[in-house]
Design a protein around this ligand. Sequence first.
Ligand SMILES: O=C(O)CCC(=O)C(=O)O
Length: 379
Amino acid sequence: MTINCMIASEPSMPQSAAKKAPLIFDAKQLQHQTAIPPQFIWPDDEKPSADPPELDVPLIDLRGFLSGDPAAARRASDLVGEACRKHGFFLVVNHGVDEALVAAAHRKMDDFFLQPLPDKQRAARKLGEHCGYASSFTGRFSAKLPWKETLSFEYSAKSGEHHIVEDYFTNTLGQDFTHLGKVYQEYCSSMSRLSLGIMELLGMSLGVERCHFKEFFEANESIMRLNYYPPCQRPYETLGTGPHCDPTSLTILHQDSVGGLQVHVDGQWRSIAPNVDAFVVNIGDTFMALSNGRYNSCLHRAVVNSTTSRKSLAFFLCPDKNRVVRPPPQLVDAAFPRAYPDFDWADLLEFTQKHYRADMNTMTSFSTWINDRRVTHHV
Ligand SMILES: O=C(O)CCC(=O)C(=O)O
């Protein structure tokens, strides 16, 4: 999950500071241009290389776990734990999510993204907000822009909020989009269910009560993002999504068959090959804090290509905004003293929206920020 915001240490970044009219990222036009605007050209040391080696990620079969087989649950949680100690990425198959729903969620992206730009802009994301349509981040930054369009919206598993996604589509885009809203409402509910299962496996793998994290996320207030990457005639000069760690808790990503996701492991970028039967799962910074730093979130990015547009569906599991994020006592000891202060997700969300661009040091910077704020406000 990339979060776009202002960074004090990068003066060239805020578009307003550059005092130029914001660049328009109109995918229909830009995908054919052989010279791409300089704002999309990344520094040499961040440019993608052709064909990086594939990352060896475990393919975890959830069938036995989901049918209640304790030995299968133990095997799956061992694999999850191993992956999370190495890099935090794994794939799940036989995950119980209806494949027709996943296919519809991909197909329906076209209904939104293939519209003319002004129609998409009806859902335009406002400065400092995390939901809405973003055509790259042209209104905010003047450099290192991602070659993509996104539509992000909130999901809530709280009682009484069963139509939050559907209502978002209807209220923002009109009745013609109610059907899209229904598809993504159902998709998010499936992702929430799958996340809670994975939380059981994570709990087992960390040696805490199996239900601990599942219960923590039962009333999750999560974020869904549709990523649409148009082709680019200079794919080795830009990035679809810049390098970042997800500040959220758990990400469940479905990439189409085009490929483009890369993970930074042992100082090297590695690709995660597409597998339409699988979801790519990774832990984010908030889960890193819940595990008291025993599991790490990992830097990742997405590349683009010159011929085919690429789509991915990213569900970012987040806690109830006001729930205190604190590791269970079993994960705090002399070898692992508290790694981060208590916080709630609303504060980390605000930090990553308004004060800091998510990277691999988000939690360290956030800890300093929240501690300073507490001193200033005497809380
Ligand atoms: O599209 C992808 O493969 C990665 C997307 C991603 O990292 C994000 O949306 O934060």
